[in-house]
Design a protein around this ligand. Structure first.
Ligand SMILES: Cc1cc2nc3c(=O)[nH]c(=O)nc-3n(C[C@H](O)[C@H](O)[C@H](O)COP(=O)(O)OP(=O)(O)OC[C@H]3O[C@@H](n4cnc5c(N)ncnc54)[C@H](O)[C@@H]3O)c2cc1C
Length: 250
């Protein structure tokens, strides 16, 4: 489920045939996949959009956010959480390099508006909240905003996982934060080991201690209860509905 953000014309929806180039296990639950596009061999999409993957022989389709930025247009990366073990995650878990998949893309309106757009002018700061695999669209959005679009607005990523052993991509986000003074990365763990130096608890705890909710675009992505709690909190803080963008994964 997505709310409607206003933004320019949508790139056209197409059916793609793609081949798994490689897969990298990030920890026991998460893996990153790179698919080379075969036919058509290029894609046009906006950072934050997703695709529908066909799960062969099941009649099912599953949604996955495109984790790579639009500047990589001959291939796409996906981040997959294997925890659910339904048709989609089982299929991707068993997929081998060289095997082909069918997908429909791009879909969704979970995108950051440009700073000079109508919505962008009311969003002088951007805050991204994620739980678990909800980080996938943000990998694309953050790289697109900081590297391609050179967006100078303050951009904060608050990402919640459970354990320290769940961590991945921390180095990538920390490096981006060291290179881009307008980007801040705030990891949160709900069950950290002793000695964890960053936020402990839930992403909504970190959200609640922000001191200024004005002129900010909030993006919420991940499990339904986080999205619901964060929307309620932001509404209570006086954030307008058009500045609360969300994508509910399950
Ligand atoms: C717009 C959109 C984008 C998405 N992008 C991604 C993405 O980038 N990466 C990704 O891994 N998933 C993503 N999802 C979720 C994905 O579409 C599937 O729902 C997920 O992979 C589970 O599919 P499944 O067939 O394995 O299990 P299902 O048969 O769909 O679900 C089995 C059970 O697991 C629960 N469940 C589903 N997902 C999770 C989860 N992550 N953790 C715990 N329980 C869960 C379901 O509620 C259900 O009870 C996205 C969903 C949407 C709507």
């Amino acid at each position: 489920m997505t709310n409607q953000a206003s933004s320019p014309a949508k790139p056209a929806l197409q059916i793609f045939k793609a081949k798994l180039a490689w897969r990298k296990d990030l920890n026991t639950n998460f893996a990153e996949f790179k698919f080379e596009l075969l036919e058509p061999n290029r894609i046009s999409f906006e950072a934050g959009q997703y695709l529908l993957l066909e799960v062969p022989e099941t009649g099912h389709q599953r949604s996955y956010s495109i984790a790579s930025p639009p500047s990589l247009d001959h291939a796409i990366h996906l981040l997959v959480d294997f925890t659910p073990q339904g048709p989609g995650s089982k299929y991707l878990q068993s997929l081998k390099p060289g095997e082909e998949v069918k997908m429909i893309a791009p879909l969704g309106r979970f995108v950051i508006s440009d700073q000079d757009s109508q919505i962008g002018q009311t969003e002088k700061k951007i805050v991204l909240l994620a739980t678990g695999s909800g980080i996938a669209p943000y990998k694309s959005m953050i790289e697109d905003r900081l590297i391609t679009k050179k967006d100078y607005r303050p951009l904060t990523l608050i990402w919640g996982l459970r354990y320290e052993s769940d961590q991945f991509w921390y180095d990538d986000f920390s490096l981006l934060a060291s290179q881009h003074p307008n980007f801040s990365f705030q990891p949160v763990l709900s069950r950290p080991n002793e000695g964890w130096q960053f936020h402990k608890g839930y992403v909504t705890d970190v959200l609640s201690i922000q001191d200024d909710f004005s002129e900010t675009g909030y993006f919420l992505c991940g499990n339904g209860s986080m999205v619901k709690d964060a929307r309620e909190m932001l509404t209570q803080k006086g954030v307008a509905p058009e500045n609360i963008h969300f994508e509910t994964f399950f």
